[in-house]
Design a binder for this molecule. Structure first.
Ligand SMILES: Nc1nc2c(ncn2[C@@H]2O[C@H](COP(=O)(O)OP(=O)(O)OP(=O)(O)O)[C@@H](O)[C@H]2O)c(=O)[nH]1
Length: 183
């Protein structure tokens, strides 16, 4: 069997959108209701996607706003990004777009592996970003899109699986060579 691949992923977005909650739900399978702003936390988890094992290093970053300086470190050895907004906050939806612009600016890339995530779907009454709006933005970005609830463990695993697939897709030919099995 092919050896596990090491992949580093950064979870980014505005404050309090649920970056830590999504990460902790994914890694530990639990939801913590209290709010404790993150400076930076790193988690590890091994997952299997399409028969291949991945050792994921997940960086749960500090909440950003439109004025934050994008931390240079997150452009260096990060393979992909989970960009999270809350479906209950238009501001967070705007911030996620600013973060992507900065990311593309700093990396000089036309595209980087991203999954766009609208979190807190369980807060039905507070929703201000319709699903179609998020979907439309992801189509514009040509990236996968998911709506999730870290609280209800809805679509949490698939967010990270989709990102892995997107990383592999964008790595294209080079990666395929590495995976190549001679029968
Ligand atoms: N109802 C609901 N609440 C959520 C969900 N995800 C997170 N929360 C709550 O939202 C608040 C912020 O969650 P965090 O996971 O700390 O958010 P964060 O984006 O990591 O915050 P910063 O570290 O400050 O950037 C907490 O009170 C969570 O319990 C969700 O899916 N549904």
């Amino acid at each position: 069997m092919a050896p596990p691949k090491q992949r580093k992923v950064a979870v980014m977005g505005f404050r309090a959108v649920g970056k830590s909650s999504l990460t902790i739900q994914f890694v530990e399978g639990q939801f913590v209701d209290s709010y404790d702003p993150t400076i930076e936390n790193t988690f590890n988890k091994t997952i299997k996607v399409r028969g291949q094992e991945f050792n994921l290093q997940l960086v749960d970053t500090a909440g950003q706003d439109e004025y934050s300086i994008f931390p240079q470190a997150y452009t260096m050895d990060v393979h992909g990004y989970v960009l999270v907004y809350s479906v209950t906050s238009r501001k967070s939806y705007e911030v996620v777009q600013v973060i992507r612009d900065k990311l593309l600016d700093l990396t000089g890339a036309q595209n980087v592996p991203i999954v766009l995530v609208g979190n807190k779907t369980d807060l039905h009454m507070e929703r201000v970003i319709p699903q179609d709006e998020g979907k439309g933005l992801a189509e514009q970005w040509k990236c996968p899109f998911a709506e999730s609830s870290a609280k209800e463990k809805d679509s949490v695993n698939s967010v990270f699986q989709q990102l892995i697939m997107e990383i592999e897709r964008q790595n294209g030919g080079g990666q395929q060579k590495e995976d190549c099995t001679i029968l």
